[in-house]
Structures are given as C-alpha cells and as structure tokens.
Design a protein around this ligand. Structure first.
Ligand SMILES: NC(=O)c1ccc[n+]([C@@H]2O[C@H](COP(=O)([O-])OP(=O)(O)OC[C@H]3O[C@@H](n4cnc5c(N)ncnc54)[C@H](OP(=O)(O)O)[C@@H]3O)[C@@H](O)[C@H]2O)c1
Length: 229
C-alpha cells in the first residue's frame, strides 16, 4: 500500500532535477502522476520528460507526460484538460517549474530580463493554480511566489485545500550544476530525491492539518512533518 494510492498529482518541471525526483516519489507511493515540461528545453541541460516517464513506467508507476510551458496559459489549460480527461480529478499540484539563472548583478538586469524570469517563476505557478552571487531577480521572484502562496492558502481554505511552500535548500540538480558558484557549496547540497518524503507529506495535507506554511527541508521532522503537531 502506498501513501498516495488513488491520488492524482501534477508535477511541473519534471524533466530533471527536483520535479523529476518528486514525480518519481509520488508514483512510488502509488499516485498517478501527470508530468510536464517544455516541448523543447532552451536550457541545453540533460533530462527530458520522456526519460522521466520511462523511469516511472519501468518502476511500475502510472504516468501521463504532457508538453507544457507554464508561461503559456493556453498550454496550462490544455494540460489540466488532458489530466481531467484521463483521471477525472487532480488531488495535488507540485508547482515546481522554475528558472534558476543566478549570478547576475542588479546592474545587469533590464526590464526584458525581469519580465522573462517573473513569467516563469511567478506567472507560471499562478497560471497552474488556481542570494548568493547576485540572485536579486531570482530571490524577488521567489518572494513574490511565497506571498502568492500565502494568499492562495487563505483564498482556498474554505474548499479544504492546503497550499504550502516547500523550501528545498541547496540541491544537486542539473540546474544547480550549471551555475558556477554552486560549486562552492556543492558538498552541502543534497540529491533532489532527498525531498521525496517532504513532498509526499505535503501532498497528504488539507486545510485542517497544515496550510499556509513555508516548509523548510531542514525543519522536516522537527517543526513540521509526520508526528509533529
Ligand atoms: N536547485 C536548488 O538548489 C534549488 C533551491 C531552492 C529552490 N529551487 C527551486 O526548485 C525548482 C526546481 O529546481 P531544479 O534545481 O530542479 O531546477 P532545474 O534542474 O533547472 O529544472 C527545472 C525544471 O523546470 C522546467 N522548466 C523551466 N522553465 C519552464 C517553463 N517555462 N515551463 C515548463 N517547465 C519549465 C525545466 O524543464 P525544461 O527546461 O525541460 O522545460 C526543468 O524540468 C525551481 O523552482 C527552483 O527555483 C531549487
């Protein structure tokens, strides 16, 4: 028996890194997983949606892979439509897709650059729902999505839906590996699969149990998580 037997979960940005790890963790707990990423990644990083889907199927899991750029509302709507057509419900959304370009100073960020990253990191999560070395723009985008999530948690509380923010800490993802300064703390970073238990716990919450929280990987099992009141 898996903890997520019978559940349906969407995981965005599942072609590599954290999204791939969480999709595999959810499928391993018995969930049917809808995974998405862009049809063609402009990043040049390793990892494709089909590879993630194959890994899940080979492990005996149920998966539906859908190309979707989260900055394109029509593509997001189509992903949800296909998920509903196949499964008839969506229990969990792991809003993971994000761009992690760091290292640029505030002097290097122009209006186009600002708009581009905000579209992926803020508008993307909004559409799917209802600082180190110069991370000013990245950090601003994440602060925005944190406030968005706190407000969404209140807005959907009456529907008994939990909305939480999972702060994973430093990861050894493909995206991280492409950022030069991450080599400085690479030894402290963890494989994204380490976040599986955190993400599964959050997937099992509702508005009466745990919502509107910034849940840090470092506090899992101490201030939040199984057995913590
Ligand atoms: N790595 C860390 O240390 C760390 C720390 C804190 C928070 N985070 C956050 O955790 C999340 C995942 O990070 P990661 O390290 O796994 O990153 P990653 O290795 O760069 O993977 C990012 C994923 O997001 C997808 N993606 C990017 N833009 C997209 C778009 N417009 N539409 C759809 N999919 C898109 C990518 O797919 P395609 O390119 O194939 O489309 C890929 O699957 C991000 O939100 C990141 O900000 C990471």
């Amino acid at each position: 028996m898996g903890q997520m037997d019978g559940m349906v979960a969407i995981v965005t940005g599942a072609s590599r890194g954290l999204g791939r790890a969480i999709a595999r963790a959810y499928a391993g707990e018995g969930a049917s997983v809808v995974i998405s990423a862009r049809r063609q990644s402009p990043t040049g990083l390793a990892g494709t949606l089909e590879e993630t889907a194959t890994a899940i199927r080979n492990a005996g899991g149920d998966v539906l892979a859908i190309d979707c750029d989260v900055t394109d509302e029509a593509q997001v709507n189509e992903m949800v439509r296909q998920a509903m057509q196949r499964y008839g419900k969506i229990d969990v959304l792991f809003n993971n897709a994000g761009a992690m370009v760091l290292g640029e100073s505030i002097m290097e960020i122009d209006a186009n650059r600002w708009e581009q990253l905000m579209r992926v990191n803020v508008t993307g999560p909004m559409a799917t729902d209802p600082n180190q070395g110069g991370g000013v723009l990245y950090s601003a985008s994440k602060a925005a999505v944190h406030m968005f999530s706190y407000c969404l948690a209140e807005e959907v509380r009456d529907h008994n839906i939990a909305v939480n923010i999972l702060s994973p800490g430093g990861l050894r993802s493909e995206g991280s590996a492409a950022i030069p300064w991450t080599q400085r703390d690479w030894h402290e970073r963890v494989d994204p699969s380490a976040l599986g238990p955190c993400a599964v716990y959050l997937a099992l919450q509702d508005a009466t149990t745990f919502t509107g929280q910034l849940a840090s990987r470092f506090d899992f099992g101490t201030t939040w998580g199984p057995g913590v009141r």
